[in-house]
Design a protein around this ligand. Structure first.
Ligand code: SAH
Length: 347
């Protein structure tokens, strides 16, 4: 029965709610390997054996939001707050470019210092220095006008995980000052403006049910984003979810495989969170259908201050060490890291 569902996913890029629930609830090594084999086949048809790298620059940990799961949320008083200067950011790019990165991801909290004018200036300068590189922004919810200005300044892509497609669940993870509708509106705006858009969610976040994961899958199918970022929820000790369970490795891998079949061309990272819950998590992610890794380019001096969750890996490593380590890891499972912008391949 499970094989039939997987065959259908491969053929129709779709399955019914009940089928997806059954598949997600099935904890069988045999079913997983059947799924992953198909996912790899589809991934290799579109992207070959290439794995794209994105240089992650965590440029501010100052945030006005208070997402209950997040280690750098506003009300965590134990975080040493920092923001990188334009010069710091450019030097991360310089370092990254020399290491073969052709995409820079600027990620941060929702920090009011980074107005449109400030970000536009940074984006323009990066583009001037590295015209062959893509810029991805991941700075949360902004107005449509703001997204438009940043796009016009040269930003190519935007990552904004929807976090959960179930409205009730969204409100169990966020304070009342945040709204599900606004987050969804942001994703719609970003797409309409012309960004390559990434959505996504945490696997095993508190109160999550299998039904909600199915809603996530069907929502993503409908949104049809260029990228999907998923990783296990990992508790952070200074949040109200400190003693919640972390998300499961196998379930995350299964979701990666299913997403690859539902959205064959999607750019799918094997995330740092996946590498945090299992030593070979990212390799397993690649083998389940992922085709992107996002090593950290942030200065080592600030890395430990960008702890979204406990025990985040690579907090003390230089970017050069990270890329070496990943090159080896990706190679060990038969794939290769490439120096390429790694744009979405449309059909
Ligand atoms: N402020 C930006 C960037 C958020 S950090 C924004 O709002 O989009 C990037 C992602 O890390 C989040 O979207 C969330 O899905 C993930 N994340 C945050 N806390 C986490 C945790 N405790 N465990 C796993 N992932 C987490």
């Amino acid at each position: 029965m499970y094989q039939k569902i997987i065959d259908r996913l491969e053929k129709d890029r779709y399955a019914e709610k009940e089928e997806l629930i059954a598949l997600l609830n099935c904890d069988s090594e045999e079913v997983r390997s059947y799924l992953f084999e198909k996912a790899r086949k589809v991934r290799e048809r579109v992207y070959g054996k290439d794995v794209y790298i994105r240089g992650l620059i965590e440029f501010t940990n100052i945030c006005k939001n208070d997402c209950y799961y997040c280690g750098i949320r506003k009300s965590n008083a134990h975080v040493n707050r920092y923001r990188l200067s334009k010069e710091d950011i450019l030097s991360c790019c310089e370092n990254g470019y020399a290491l073969g990165f052709r995409t820079f991801v600027l990620q941060g909290g929702e920090d009011g210092y980074f107005t449109d004018a400030v970000l536009e200036d940074i984006i323009r300068e990066i583009k001037r220095n590295y015209p062959d590189c893509a810029i991805t922004l991941s700075v949360g919810e902004r107005s449509r006008e703001s997204y438009q200005r940043l796009y016009d300044a040269g930003a190519d892509r935007y990552l904004l995980r929807h976090e959960t497609a179930n409205c009730g669940h969204y409100h169990m993870l966020h304070p009342d000052s945040m709204s599900y509708e606004n987050r969804m509106q942001c994703l719609k705006d970003l797409k309409e403006i012309g960004y390559q858009v990434g959505a996504g969610f945490m696997v095993g976040s508190p109160y999550q049910k299998t039904e909600y994961l199915v809603e996530d899958l069907l929502f993503l199918k409908e949104l049809n984003p260029h990228m999907v970022g998923i990783g296990p929820f990992i508790p952070h000790q200074q949040t109200r979810f400190a003693s919640e369970k972390q998300g499961s490795l196998n379930l995350t891998l299964m979701l990666l495989g299913i997403l690859r079949l539902m959205l064959p061309n999607v750019l799918l990272p094997a995330t740092t969170a996946l590498g945090t819950i299992a030593p070979n998590g990212r390799e397993l992610g690649i083998l389940a259908g992922a085709n992107v890794v996002m090593p950290n380019l942030s200065p080592v001096s600030v890395r430990k201050e960008y702890q979204l969750y406990d025990n985040k890996i690579c907090a003390g490593d230089e970017a050069a060490e990270c890329i070496q380590c990943l090159t080896r890891r990706v190679g060990s499972v038969g794939y290769q890291i490439v120096t390429d912008r790694g744009d979405y391949k449309a059909e």
